[in-house]
Write a protein that binds this ligand. Sequence first.
Ligand code: FES
Ligand SMILES: [Fe+2]
Length: 408
Amino acid sequence: MDTATVQRFIEGMKYESERVSPREGFPSLPDIPAGRYTDPEFLKLESEFMWRRSWLYACHIDELPEVGSFILWRKTGSPILIVRGKDDEIRAFYNTCRHRGGPLVKTACGKAEGFVCGYHGWTYTLDGKLINLRDKRDFPGLDMSTRPLIGVRCERFYNWIFINEDPHAEPLLQHTHPFFDYFKQFQPDCWRLVAQESFDVQCNVKVLLDAFLEVYHLKSIHQGTVDRFLDHRGTTIALYPKGHSIMVTPNRRPDWQDPGTRGMRRIESATIVSSKNNPSFNFYPNLVAPVDPSGVPFLLFWPVTDTSMRIECHWFAPDWGGGPPHELWKTRIANFDRILDEDLQFGPQIQESLMSPGFRGIPLSYQERRIYHWHEELDRRIGPDRIPTELRVTPLLEPFYESGIGDT
Ligand code: FES
Ligand SMILES: [Fe+2]
């Protein structure tokens, strides 16, 4: 993160703390139509044009430690096999045999020399080539070289692996610009996986995701926790193309440090934006990363059905050397879970409201503008012409995108 960007966030927090109204020229945001959370046709479009064509976080390199290590990833509905090849490249394929669709692997993770389909035994290499099939004589003319496993786009953001089912998607690092540059300060190549957990919540995925795009709720549901050390009135927000955004919230006391992280390794090259404040990145659509120099949870929001979702927390920390992670991680994660419980508490009740005639749409404030930004991008992904007029969101925020920042 260059000096100008650091300066932009520091000045932004000061400006937000002192302002008495929204930024001059900022539009009143029209209500987000209620049907965007409930209408089955709309949610089908969301699934087809957004979830199935986005860059989505899949796993960390630590989860594929050796040649042949694989995981079976099913977050978009398609079974996707992510595997480390003999050349140490990470590749992804549909877990779908080219004969009649049998599975190559049946477990959530493991290690293989190659893949043998469970149905009739067609055999593939770790890089997806079909190399053998049973009773070849009965497939005269079948050219094995034309039947490799079908690949899925799989690219890396440092050691974090992302998947995209859209073969024409722009490269991950271009798509997430300038986040790659912003993350350099954390020396992310040395970060390791500490722990993972997940929670099921009975609400549409956007209900919970929205809560992680704003800090307007701190004074109500986090009164005894986050609100005690973060000052939501100073939150500065940066909106980027492609739906990405960052918010940075100042500590109430500038010298405050989370006691739960004391004694843990901290990355000294982290800028003041993250060492003394609290940045939270949204990699559109569903990865929220409130990164601290001592560790970060990657929070992932996954739709399960139209009315249920799963949140996953993948914790990472700078390399702690040998042995298990720092003993305080257990407490740190437990503390975070308590905060998460506060966020989760209203999910099912809000969902109940969404399905009732009492829910008419969502009026968003200036400080909730990341949610509007998120919805604007959703319409761009779906294509406004496919969306019924009454469910569209008017694009308004492009004039407020960050410009000239992070272009290093
Ligand atoms: S479906 Fe895989 S070998 Fe027949
Ligand atoms: Fe919250």
